[in-house]
Each structure stands twice: as C-alpha cells, then as structure tokens.
Write a protein that binds this ligand. Structure first.
Ligand SMILES: Nc1ncnc2c1ncn2[C@@H]1O[C@H](COP(=O)(O)OP(=O)(O)OP(=O)(O)O)[C@@H](O)[C@H]1O
Ligand SMILES: [Mg+2]
Length: 286
C-alpha cells in the first residue's frame, strides 16, 4: 500500500575524530533502529539534541544511505543516491525543515519557487502549472500572497510556503524535522493545525520529529523516543505521557512547560512513581 515506511535495524555511522595515535574511529548516529509507519499514520520522534533524529529523518527520506539495515518505502529499498529511480522515489517522501530561510530563495517570489519545484518534476504546460500552484497556495492559506517575496512574509507564512513547496510534489509521506520549532507558540499551533488538516485531506503518512514531546502530543498518537541513536521507548503517546518507562523519557517530560493544573498533576504523579532523574532540563537544552 502506498505511503508505508519500514525501518529494519537501521544504523548510520559517521567518522569520528581521530582516536588515540590518530586511529580512525566511527560512531553510530543511528544505532539499530527498527520502526514502521502505516499509510496515513503519523509517528512522532522525540529526543534531545544530538540523539540522531535528523539523521533518522534523512535515512527515512532516502537523502542519505544507511550503513547497515534496511529502509523500505512502499516495500522498496531506495535506489542508489542520485540515480533516476532514486529521484522518482525521493519525490514521494518530502522533508519539511525548521528553518525556512535555508530552503527558500530570498530573490524569488514564493509562487515562483513553488512553480519551479513543480516544473523540475512534472512536464505540465504553463496554464496547468499555474493552476496547481494557485490551488496549493490556497490549500496552505496563502491564497493571494504568491507574488510576495520571502522578506515580505511572516515566519508562519514562510513556513506555509515551505509546506506548499513540499506538497506540490504530491508526496505520499512528509517528514517534518523540527518544522515548527523556530516559531512563536501561537504560530506553532496554527502550523500544527494546518499540517493535521493537510494530512487528512491528502492522506499523508507522517514522521514528525521534534525535541518537544508537548508538540508531538498534539499531532501524533504514537511516538518513539530516541537517545544516543537508539529508540529507547515507543508506543502510544498518552500512555507514555502518563506512564513513562524509561528514565530518559521522564526527563523529557519533566522539561515540558506544563500549562494546566490538571496536566501538572498528571506529570507530577508520573514522576513520583519513578526514580528522579538528575538535571532533567539540561538533557533537553544540551
Ligand atoms: N553528516 C554528518 N557527519 C558527521 N556527524 C554527523 C553528521 N550528521 C550528524 N552527525 C552527528 O550525529 C549525531 C546525531 O545528529 P542529528 O543531527 O541526527 O541529531 P538531532 O537529534 O537531529 O539533534 P538536534 O535536536 O540538535 O537537531 C550528532 O552527534 C551529530 O553531530
Ligand atoms: Mg535535528
């Protein structure tokens, strides 16, 4: 079925600094991760900085090849990076990153940029392309702003443009890597709502990467917790929220700013039943 992601014992090694006597060493940024996401499902990935979330996202999207293990999208491994088959597969899995300025060209109106992305992937005539771009701008709530330049847009509007540029490819799956982390809290909520709306309308499978379990809880029912390249806990987000099994998950929970008294009670109860974890917040801010 279309939009299925399966990771089987996936490992990605990088060269580390030369060790003692200049010996070459390597470390595992992702270490034996197995998980699967069914069509139309969303899986949250949470973990501290450096735990391997973005690396996992790049492997899942086929941007980078695994060192060992298997990544299957729609039952197929990715073709060699750069090949024609690989480009066709890559279109089906789009990645939405945190920082729009790194993705969006400041010299081009956003409608043009969405159009260019489309033109590189599909041979459509001008008219058909204009229609697709206009429809997409409507879909992300930027209806009349296609002629605006990036500097003329707010952070939230820019992120909408980034989403439009990813979705114009008609992907089956979207990997959001800290897609709302740079935004103000109120804007975060708008973009999360937009993503949930689009996921529904377009039947998207989603991997939602964030260091913030509070954000993940809004958009995903399932979550995997990463720590030093490994998935240390996974399951239903509410279960994990009220009954974290792993010390590291408790530490992540303790670092979430808690809004309502009811939520605070829930968190404190969860913590009382668990061994305390030292320096909880520093784990997340590291
Ligand atoms: N291309 C690379 N070459 C060498 N090391 C890398 C490379 N990419 C990532 N790493 C290292 O792999 C580890 C995991 O990095 P990664 O970016 O996946 O973490 P992350 O969980 O996304 O962190 P953050 O929350 O800060 O975005 C880090 O130690 C990082 O320095
Ligand atoms: Mg990252």
């Amino acid at each position: 079925m279309s939009g299925t992601l399966v990771l089987d014992a996936v490992t990605r090694e990088y060269a580390a600094n030369a060790g003692f006597w200049g010996r070459k060493t390597s470390f595992r940024a992702v270490d034996g991760v197995s998980l699967s996401v069914a069509p139309g499902e969303t899986l949250g990935i949470v973990g501290e900085s450096g735990s391997g979330k973005s690396t996992l996202g790049r492997l899942a999207a086929g941007i980078e090849a695994v060192s060992s293990g298997k990544v299957l999208f729609d039952g197929q491994p990715y073709a060699p990076v750069g090949s024609r088959d690989w480009r066709r597969q890559r279109r089906l899995v789009q990645v939405i990153f945190q920082n729009p300025s790194g993705v969006i060209d400041p010299r081009l109106a956003i409608g043009r940029q969405i159009d260019e992305a489309l033109a590189t992937h599909e041979a459509l005539d001008r008219h058909a392309r204009d229609r697709r771009v206009a429809d997409m701008l409507d879909l992300v709530g930027l209806g009349s702003l296609g002629d605006r330049y990036p500097t003329q847009l707010s952070g939230g509007q820019l992120q909408r443009a980034v989403i439009a540029r990813a979705l114009i490819m008609r992907p089956e799956m979207v990997i959001c890597d800290e897609a709302v982390s740079a935004l103000d809290v109120s804007v975060q909520a708008q973009i999360i709502n937009l993503l949930m709306d689009l996921r529904e309308k377009l039947g998207l499978t989603m991997l939602f990467i964030s260091h913030d379990l509070g954000v993940i809880r809004h958009i995903s029912r399932k979550v995997a917790v990463m720590h030093r390249g490994k998935v240390v806990e996974s399951g239903d987000v509410e279960t994990l929220y009220s009954n974290p099994r792993h010390d590291y998950t408790r530490a992540l929970l303790a670092a979430i700013p808690v809004g309502s008294p009811a939520e605070r009670r829930k968190r404190d109860t969860a913590q009382r039943t668990a061994a305390p974890v030292a320096q909880a917040s520093s784990l997340v801010q590291a």
